[in-house]
Design a protein. Structure first.
Length: 302
């Protein structure tokens, strides 16, 4: 079962942004690791091309690297009508050798790849006033270990998770630097395995670092949640409840470089991610600290 984490600390941190919530910021609208518009683990209340394009496409790639190997996650996000988006990602994780119950038993290589889908609908909370919080309702559908043959293994290797969530994102300032704070609450429901009573909660922010020096090029991203970009995110040991966030929640932090701040690229979306995953936990039993490098490139179609 997912462990409780310091909710009171996160709520107190949120209060630092509330007095300046009316301030405006340059919203990057980057991808989370599963392709939905957001931070790292958590989605945001934003849509990829809200207010700017009726049809926008984002193409992303991330590599999550640790001592057990690297996962590769290509993703695609489609934004429609400035208020709805669809996303998909293929999480290609290192395979595992599993002892299967043949007679006699023998080791076989088991696939560890996941297929992730998402849909998000933004509510009209900030249509007339862009200073109001952006609020979205969404669903993530995660087909975990989709290529596994579980005839002789634990049936929990292959299952489907459905995460329903509400996300709110609002602008503020932090020591005079523009920032956006995101809060997410939801629930994950499982098909094929037992469900639990856990409630999904996450919080994070996107801070533009030293805009007097770097303009809007450098964003510091941090998020903290009791769920990750998927229910069995890398690193894991193939089994359910062995992903990074199950131990005691997950904190991710790093830099998101906005290359679209270059005037020649201003019509596009072009961001590079350099991040540490699960920063507070060392690598232990197939889960823990990792490093992520990735990028997203987006184009407005209409």
């Amino acid at each position: 079962m997912k462990k409780c984490f310091y909710l009171s600390f996160l709520l107190a941190a949120a209060l630092a942004f509330i007095p300046a919530a009316a301030a405006q910021t340059s919203s990057l609208k980057g991808q989370s690791f599963n392709g939905s518009t957001g931070l790292y683990s958590i989605p945001s209340g934003r849509i990829g091309w809200e207010r700017s394009s009726d049809l926008g496409l984002d193409f992303g790639y991330r590599a999550i690297i640790n001592e057990d190997g690297a996962a590769h996650i290509p993703s695609v996000t489609v934004s429609l009508f400035k208020w709805v988006e669809f996303s998909t990602a293929f999480d290609i994780q290192p395979d595992f050798d599993v002892l299967k119950g043949y007679t006699p038993p023998r080791w076989e290589t088991q696939k560890n790849d996941d297929l992730l889908f998402g849909i998000k609908v933004q509510l009209p909370t900030n249509v007339k006033n862009s200073k109001n919080p952006a609020v979205a309702l969404g669903t993530n559908i995660q087909v975990i270990n989709l290529a596994d043959d579980d005839s002789y293994t634990n049936s929990e290797y292959r299952y489907t998770a459905f995460q329903f969530y509400a996300a709110a994102t609002y602008a503020g300032t932090f020591f005079t630097m523009p920032a956006e704070t995101t809060v997410v609450m939801g629930k994950t429901i499982y098909a094929g395995i037992d469900n639990n009573s856990d409630i999904d909660f996450g919080m994070g922010f996107d801070l533009i670092l030293f805009p007097d020096v770097f303009k809007t090029f450098v964003h510091w991203i941090i998020d903290f949640a009791n769920f990750d970009y998927s229910d069995n995110s890398w690193p894991n040991t193939l089994n359910h409840v062995t992903g990074s966030a199950w131990y005691r929640g997950i904190l991710n932090t790093g830099l998101r470089i906005d290359l679209a701040a270059i005037p020649a690229l201003s019509k596009f979306k072009f961001a590079v991610d350099l991040a540490f995953n699960d920063l507070f936990d060392g690598q232990d039993h197939g889960r823990g600290r990792s490093f992520t490098i990735g990028a997203v490139f987006g184009v407005p179609i209409l």
